[in-house]
Design a protein around this ligand. Structure first.
Ligand code: A2P
Length: 319
């Protein structure tokens, strides 16, 4: 079983990467260190996660001249935040992520959302009434600025995140084509149509929240927990695997790269131990049938006065 996918740029991207969203500053350095020890070579980061410095501290212990790994052996992704869409802000934002991560280039730089916020230092700029201050910078103009990052050697490739099919098509005429679209994807939101569309235009899909993101800050107690779904438990038992491993194998078998987040050493290890089994066609179809377009993540929501990166409503995703 292949442990990586070959992207349209011929880059090899490991099919399992460590997700770092929701990993706190105090936890993420150890998580990245543990992951490197276990054999992870793919790290998914973003400026908006506000922990890239700590990720960089762990990478610095492992990667570079005289260290255990050569720079070419790791695949690092970061993302341009919504307040940095103005073309004049793009290069500086990328350079900030590079400095925080302690790297001279990234394998992949994604536009985090197809939605621009007002420029500035605030992650979530808001009006007095609490609503988000959007900007009308079009993502096509942001993309053109991101293309210059490839030309300047700051990033090997660029891609999209949270783009729907139409928005992906809007970018497909670009000089540097998007190689990845990273979207929420798991058995409750299987993204079958988007997946087949992206595949048809040579865009690889990466699943974020591949395990259903049970630790999202706005999760409510009465929402269904994917990892506790008894149908998944029954399948996992038959393969002598955990529900998380079954889900990850399901993603891999449909050609989707996944970035499970964990700060727990045993789970970090477990999530990479998925290459010694495969799911039958029947089980794959059965998991596919769990889909009910359940979206756990979207751009903006307020939870008890706390601003989080989550949905007010899903229509914002369909701008
Ligand atoms: P933790 O970080 O405490 O280990 P997602 O990647 O879909 O966002 O899911 C992340 C959530 O899933 C976190 O709460 C993480 O917990 C948990 N998690 C990650 N891997 C596993 C696993 N193998 N088994 C159970 N829970 C897991």
């Amino acid at each position: 079983m292949n442990t990586f996918v070959t992207l349209s740029t011929r880059q090899r991207m490991p099919v399992i990467g460590l997700g770092t969203w929701k990993s706190t500053s105090g936890q993420v350095k150890q998580a990245v260190h543990t992951a490197l020890e276990c054999g992870y070579r793919h790290f998914d980061c973003a400026a908006a996660y506000e922990n890239e410095k700590e990720v960089g501290e762990a990478l610095a212990l492992w990667v570079g001249p005289g260290k255990a790994l050569q720079r070419e052996e790791v695949f690092v992704t970061s993302k341009l935040w919504n307040t940095k869409h103005d073309p004049q802000d793009v290069e500086e934002a990328c350079r900030t992520s590079l400095a925080d991560l302690g790297l001279s280039y990234l394998e992949l730089y994604l536009m985090h959302w197809p939605i621009a916020f007002q420029r500035g230092k605030e992650l979530m700029p808001r009006k007095e009434d609490g609503s988000i201050c959007y900007s009308d910078t079009h993502y096509r103009d942001t993309w053109t600025a991101m293309e210059s990052l490839v030309d300047r050697g700051l990033v090997k490739a660029i891609g999209l995140s949270n783009f729907n099919a139409r928005q992906t098509d809007d970018i497909s005429m670009a000089r540097h084509k998007p190689i990845v679209n990273q979207v929420e994807c798991h058995p409750y939101l299987s993204q079958a149509d988007l997946l087949s569309h992206c595949r048809s235009v040579g865009v690889c899909v990466t699943a974020y929240s591949p395990l259903g993101s049970g630790d999202r800050p706005w999760a409510s107690a009465n929402e269904p927990s994917l990892l506790a779904d008894p149908r998944l438990g029954a399948i996992a038992q038959r393969y002598k695997k955990t529900p998380a491993q079954v889900i990850l194998q399901w993603h891999i078998q449909r050609g989707v790269v996944c970035i499970p987040k964990s700060v727990t050493p045993s789970r970090i290890q477990q999530n990479l131990n998925v290459f010694d089994f495969s799911l039958s066609e029947e089980d794959t179809k059965s998991i596919e049938s769990f889909n009910h377009n359940k979206r756990f993540i979207a751009p903006t929501v307020e939870v008890s006065h706390q601003v989080s990166l989550a949905p007010k409503n899903n229509s914002e995703l369909l701008l």
